[in-house]
Design a protein around this ligand. Structure first.
Ligand code: SF4
Length: 363
């Protein structure tokens, strides 16, 4: 901690980082503006997602929804279609809901103070700090995934960044290191450092402006930090089946997911809820389930290759079944649709369910 408690060292760290950023910072489209809406949008898109994946979505999103008002007025389904393929769909649902609240309660302008920003769905302290620092030139720190990694290494922090003591120390450090009058540029610079040099697996310490003060580098083990909570190992494993009911014209049955649950607002093939049973159901059980639940008759379902997917809080294995449709139509209150995959009839579906559909629709 001495690194950050000594004001003289803090001043050097801040200046070196700003100088490094001035020379090597990446030219990204959201850095060419200080308008609150694009800054907010970029911060949400970049949560848990790399710059390369975000770039086309950022352009497309602003093209399609150039203002907060346009985003608020759009149906959620259109927003999710635009988001399709980026993952973590809850972000899009929150972004849309927040835009509606901004229009309703803030005359369509993103609020410029912390308490109001934190009331908006999907905006936590780090995102709010970034918006206020970058778009409104206020003095706030940020602590996103990249910054957690950089600071954990700078301190050689033994606590995992998301543990209670880890969070406390990292927030304190982030605040101490944010230089007065330069919070916005510092925020961009430290995120850039994490993305370009202080990478998760192979940090490029020789080129890092902080290497002379970095405790993890001094120990010769930068990649050993941040400390982990072994979350991958402890994630519960769940299982479910999906029925790909396909008619002769290749149309596929999709149903909407409950708005509030996992992948809410997206569409998927019918299936049971995730549960702990690792044994796939028998074909006749899937056949019976479709008859009971949707009034559908299908020829004997054929098992397809399983699909594994990792969510933030659990691992999921899906047992897909190809179910050739024979007769029947689900009740209208199921909100179902028959769509031909690969055409513009397709409503938004998650990355997981795209993988599932590819088990049958190879194209
Ligand atoms: S010296 Fe290495 S580990 Fe330390 S902050 Fe820089 S890149 Fe990261």
């Amino acid at each position: 901690m001495e690194t950050v408690t000594d004001p003289a060292i803090r001043a050097i760290l801040a200046q070196r980082l700003l100088d490094h950023y001035a020379q090597h910072g990446r030219d990204l489209p959201w850095r060419r503006t200080r308008e609150p809406y694009p800054v907010w949008l970029s911060e949400i898109l970049l949560q848990q997602t790399g710059v390369k994946s975000v770039l086309p979505y950022y352009e497309r999103f602003l093209d399609r929804f150039p203002t907060i008002q346009a985003l608020a007025a759009a149906p959620l389904e259109t927003v999710l279609t635009c988001w399709q393929g980026l993952g973590y769909y809850r972000r899009a649902v929150h972004l849309h809901a927040a835009a509606q609240q901004v229009v309703q309660h803030h005359q369509g302008r993103l609020p410029d103070e912390m308490a109001s920003l934190l009331k908006l769905p999907g905006i936590g302290p780090s995102t709010a700090g970034a918006i206020l620092a970058i778009a409104f030139n206020q003095h706030h720190a940020i602590l996103d995934g990249n910054v957690k990694r950089v600071l954990s290494r700078l301190l050689a922090l033994d606590h995992p960044p998301d543990s209670t003591p880890g969070k406390k120390i990292l927030w304190e450090t982030a605040r101490l290191l944010t230089p007065l009058g330069h919070a916005g540029t510092h925020a961009q610079a430290i995120m850039d450092l994490g993305a370009t040099l202080c990478r998760p697996r192979s940090p490029d310490c020789p080129h890092c402006p902080w290497n002379a003060w970095c405790a993890a580098h001094a120990k010769g083990q930068p990649a050993a930090y941040p400390a982990t909570m072994s979350r991958e190992v402890s994630k519960p494993h769940q299982y479910q089946f999906n029925a790909l009911v396909v008619r002769q014209d290749r149309s596929l049955l999709l149903v909407p997911r409950p708005a509030q649950g996992l992948l809410g607002g997206l569409w998927c093939p019918p299936g049971d809820d995730p549960g702990p049973t690792a044994t796939p159901p028998q074909a006749w059980q899937v056949q019976q389930w479709l008859a009971d639940r949707y009034g559908l008759q299908v020829h004997l379902p054929q098992p397809l290759e399983t699909v594994d997917h990792i969510f933030t809080h659990f691992r999921l294995t899906v047992f897909p079944f190809f179910c050739p449709w024979q007769a029947g139509d689900p009740p209208s209150d199921s909100g179902h649709r028959w769509v031909v995959p690969g055409t513009d009839q397709m409503p938004p579906i998650s990355t997981l369910h795209r993988k599932v559909l590819r088990r049958f629709f190879k194209d």
